[in-house]
Design a protein around this ligand. Structure first.
Ligand SMILES: [Zn+2]
Length: 225
């Protein structure tokens, strides 16, 4: 089978092949210095389906970034975004997000700031809530711009959440909070760790699935850059 994509190979000191799509929609392969071209070729062929899907996603993402935002995901719900006489993004009493009439880029920035403010308030509250129940207390709670993880917990007991988590439903948020707080007792993903998570959040597997779907949604709607 011949691959129908042109791709760029970058040779480097690494042990395995890595395939990815750049933000411009280019197919890139990172390859170990000595691996044969034919191996790379068949690797790309084998991953055609993945490539197609991801090129499509990057294209959707790029066009989303050029358009005004019409709706956003917040606490698991899609809320409408409308323009109005406001200086910054404001949630109206009927549940729509009002933004000023401005450029696409500025609008995204304002919505992003709004997301972060919500994330800080809500995720802090949920962490304090579960801290009391679990009797596990972080040193502090922060909001990050992490793209690949919803939360993290350091050995200094610092818990941080990606602001993107605020797009998730309440059950998924609570799962991530319970997950990170559990790391205050177990700094690993051992059986004991998962038993503790499961005792506070029996549906955690379902939550993980929903979070995976959410990260795909955030990607194609341009919120993961
Ligand atoms: Zn973990």
């Amino acid at each position: 089978m011949e691959s129908s994509y042109s791709y760029t190979v970058k040779r480097m000191r690494r042990k395995s092949l890595k395939l990815f799509i750049t933000d411009e929609g280019e197919v890139m392969v990172y390859a170990p210095v000595r691996v044969d071209d034919s191996v790379i070729e068949s690797f790309v062929s084998k991953n055609q389906k993945w490539i197609e899907e991801h090129i499509e996603n990057v294209a959707r993402q790029n066009s989303a970034l050029e358009e005004h935002v019409r709706s956003i995901r917040f606490l698991g719900q899609d809320i409408k975004v409308v323009t109005g006489e406001v200086m910054t993004a404001v949630l109206s009493s009927n549940g729509t997000l009002i933004v000023p009439d401005t450029t696409v880029q500025k609008e995204r920035r304002l919505i992003n700031d709004w997301y972060r403010r919500q994330a800080e308030a809500i995720l802090t509250r949920r962490t304090e809530h579960w801290s009391e129940i679990m009797e596990l207390y972080p040193e502090n709670i922060g909001i990050s711009n992490a793209r690949k993880r919803w939360g993290s917990c350091s050995s200094e007991k610092h818990i941080s959440y990606s602001w993107r988590l605020i797009a998730a439903g309440r059950d998924e948020i609570d799962y991530v909070v319970i997950h990170e707080l559990s790391h205050l007792r177990y700094m690993n993903h051992s059986r004991a760790f998962w038993e503790q998570v499961g005792s506070y959040c029996p549906g955690y597997r379902e939550c993980e699935k929903k979070l995976n779907d959410l990260s795909k949604y955030l990607k194609v709607t341009g919120w993961s850059r």
